[in-house]
Design a protein around this ligand. Structure first.
Ligand SMILES: Cc1cc2nc3c(=O)[nH]c(=O)nc-3n(C[C@H](O)[C@H](O)[C@H](O)COP(=O)(O)OP(=O)(O)OC[C@H]3O[C@@H](n4cnc5c(N)ncnc54)[C@H](O)[C@@H]3O)c2cc1C
Length: 596
């Protein structure tokens, strides 16, 4: 079954949204899912509801035979093969479909991890980098769930610094390798059959290998006692004189970083989608609890403080979804625009590389929105949020790791402006020219265009002004530090925060504009959500810009830049309390996330 997304999506370069405008009808949104996308979403949801959630206790007791059975069930339903070509037993679906599966799998977070390690971290590198023989050998069995996969990058001494791995691969006379080392925190480590392992050939060339548990010398360490995700296996994987045949080299010697980082690019994007799915489920739990829990003679959902929380949850998840679907649409449009053979992953690979900035944004925004929602879910549940009897407590613990794995949020925050700066320096994205043009504009009279009275015109104008503020800070940073910008982590973090807010705010405005034009259900609530997000983004962006500028310049130069910032970010506050109340009331009436 091949799914193709409606292809009117603009083919932008990664990061180009900062300097280019996009039409609302040229972005992909959740409202534009095809019937086939919706069917695969329903299949995944039904699988999680009927077959995973009722068995969570058994998974938390570490019954890994059950995890294997559930993976096989996923295989029968086609859920493991979204990114795998039909020639290797998969469905070869578009990336929107593959994202939708991850999103819906997430309400069972532990099993979501098991699933992610299999489909995203083991099958995907084989699809992208495997030889024909390797794909024929491993992919059909990974796609049915007959084989379980894992991804072994981290080590006790190298997590964020993945290229600092100590695991060694020694070349043999027969062109094979002998691997020695210890991998750490490996998801599915306790029961996987196939491992994508990274090791340094002769201690220097970082390289990927396909290692089978059946190879002599492969063993798993003890299960980690984790804060959350108790239903997912996490162990060390020990490699002691493991002979790996020449045919199990994945990609080229010395090119392991290409495998590792590209897999992480897409993995990060999917993690963002999983976080969105988890957050949507929790909004429903919070709303239903708030409707039935009475204090002072009335449901707690009637209190403004609780409405604020429910409304804000909806707003943040709305913007997260908007940026995720927009990115998935851009990836698919890029793949479609590249002539390619369906059995070869190179077009997808190029697209993942192109949208690496957006993937990091999806990961950081997704994990932080999820954490906000789950924290408020506990709060709305009061004492019941702190005890095992309600799922709010488990969700809270399960989610914490999302800010740590697939590249910590600090590493991803550094990557967002870092990658943009590198692309700008190479001339791939015209950020430097745009920053220079802005400098000239700032010398002249104030020139922010007035809003034209169209729907969300004020918000669209505000987003333009946020982009200018980011360009001003970015330009100042590049001028001040040049190639040494990478050493200024505090400035980069502030820039990352600005860029994330801008991408999310613009995506929310585009989604709401499109929903309104399509007369989507609850179109007026789409507008409410976008308005609140854009309003609040002004506060964060202004604060980040001031912090960054204050760290870089002083005296008159600083005063001039702050005055320009004040002229740019002139956003008249709106009544967000009323808008959040409307969103909260509808959430409580429906008992679920209203835009899902
Ligand atoms: C449940 C779980 C499952 C996992 N599954 C897998 C898996 O399947 N496969 C796999 O390979 N790995 C897996 N991991 C490992 C995970 O990817 C790493 O934990 C993660 O990359 C962080 O590495 P670290 O723990 O060594 O932290 P460190 O790298 O030591 O980081 C510690 C702190 O320092 C910060 N820091 C580090 N470097 C910098 C820097 N240059 N600048 C600024 N700040 C910095 C980090 O952001 C963090 O806050 C898993 C981890 C967990 C907990």
């Amino acid at each position: 079954m091949a799914i193709t997304t409606a292809r009117t999506i603009a083919v932008l370069k990664g990061g180009e949204w900062l300097i280019k405008d996009t039409d609302a009808d040229a972005v992909f949104t959740p409202e534009r899912l095809t019937t086939e996308h919706r069917l695969i979403a329903q299949t995944t949801e039904a699988f999680v509801d009927d077959q995973v959630l009722p068995q969570l206790d058994r998974l938390e007791q570490k019954e890994w035979t059950l995890s294997r059975e559930l993976l096989k069930r996923c295989g029968e339903l086609g859920l493991l093969g979204a990114d795998v070509a039909e020639a290797y037993g998969g469905l070869g679906l578009d990336k929107v479909a593959s994202m939708v599966v991850s999103e819906r799998m997430a309400r069972a977070a532990s099993f979501g991890s098991t699933f992610g390690a299999q489909a995203n971290l083991c099958a995907l590198p084989l699809m992208l980098f495997g030889t024909e023989q390797q794909k024929q050998k491993y992919l059909p069995k990974l796609t049915t769930g007959e084989l379980v996969g894992a991804y072994c990058l981290s080590e006790p001494g190298s997590g964020s610094d993945a290229l600092g791995a100590k695991t060694r691969a020694t070349k043999q006379a027969d062109s094979g390798f002998v691997l020695n080392g210890e991998k750490m925190w490996i998801t599915n480590g306790g029961f996987a059959d196939v491992f994508i392992v990274f090791a340094k050939v002769d201690g220097e060339q970082f390289t990927a290998f396909i290692v089978e548990r059946a190879f002599k010398g492969v063993s798993s360490g003890k299960e980690e006692h984790k804060m959350g995700l108790h239903g997912s296996s996490t162990t060390p994987v020990i490699l002691q004189d493991v002979r790996v045949p020449p045919g199990n080299l994945l990609g080229e010697v010395g090119k392991g970083h290409k495998v590792a980082f590209n897999v992480l690019n897409f993995g990060r994007f999917k993690l963002g989608a999983m976080c969105s799915g988890g957050a949507q489920g929790a909004i429903g739990e919070a709303a239903r609890y708030a409707a039935q829990r009475k204090q002072f003679g009335q449901p707690i959902a009637s209190f403004g403080a609780i409405k604020h929380k429910l409304g804000e949850m909806a707003v943040r998840v709305y913007a997260l979804e908007a940026l995720l679907y927009r990115t998935a649409g851009m990836i698919d449009a890029r793949v479609d625009a590249t002539p390619h053979d369906l059995n070869d992953g190179s077009a997808a690979l190029a697209a993942f590389e192109e949208f690496a900035i957006e993937a990091s944004i999806a990961k950081v925004v997704g994990s932080e929105v999820l954490e906000f929602v789950l924290d408020e879910n506990v709060q709305i549940h009061g004492g019941n949020g702190f005890v095992h009897d309600y799922p709010a407590e488990r969700h809270y613990r399960d989610a914490r790791v999302n800010r740590i794995f697939e590249g910590t949020n600090e590493i991803n925050r550094l990557l967002i402006p870092g990658m943009l700066a590198r692309r700008a320096a190479k001339g791939d994205v015209g950020v430097i020219a745009a920053a220079k043009a802005l400098q000239d504009e700032l010398m002249g009279p104030s020139s922010m265009p007035a809003a034209d009275g169209a729907l969300l015109a004020e918000e669209a104008r505000a987003v333009q002004s946020y982009k200018k503020a980011a360009l001003m800070v970015f330009g100042t940073a590049m001028q001040t530090y040049g190639l040494k910008l990478a050493d200024q982590q505090e400035v980069l973090m502030h820039l990352a925060d600005m860029l994330m807010d801008i991408f999310a705010a613009e995506s929310a405005v585009l989604r709401a504009t499109a929903a309104s034009a399509q007369q989507a259900p609850r179109a007026s609530l789409h507008l409410d959500a976008a308005r609140v997000f854009v309003n609040d983004a002004a506060l964060h962006i202004d604060a980040s810009a001031r912090q960054a500028l204050g760290a870089m310049v002083e005296g008159d130069a600083l005063r001039t830049l702050i005055a320009a910032l004040r002229r740019m970010i002139k956003v008249t506050p709106i009544n967000t309390a009323a808008l959040r109340r409307r969103l909260a009331d509808e959430t409580v009436t429906l008992g679920r996330y209203i835009f899902g």
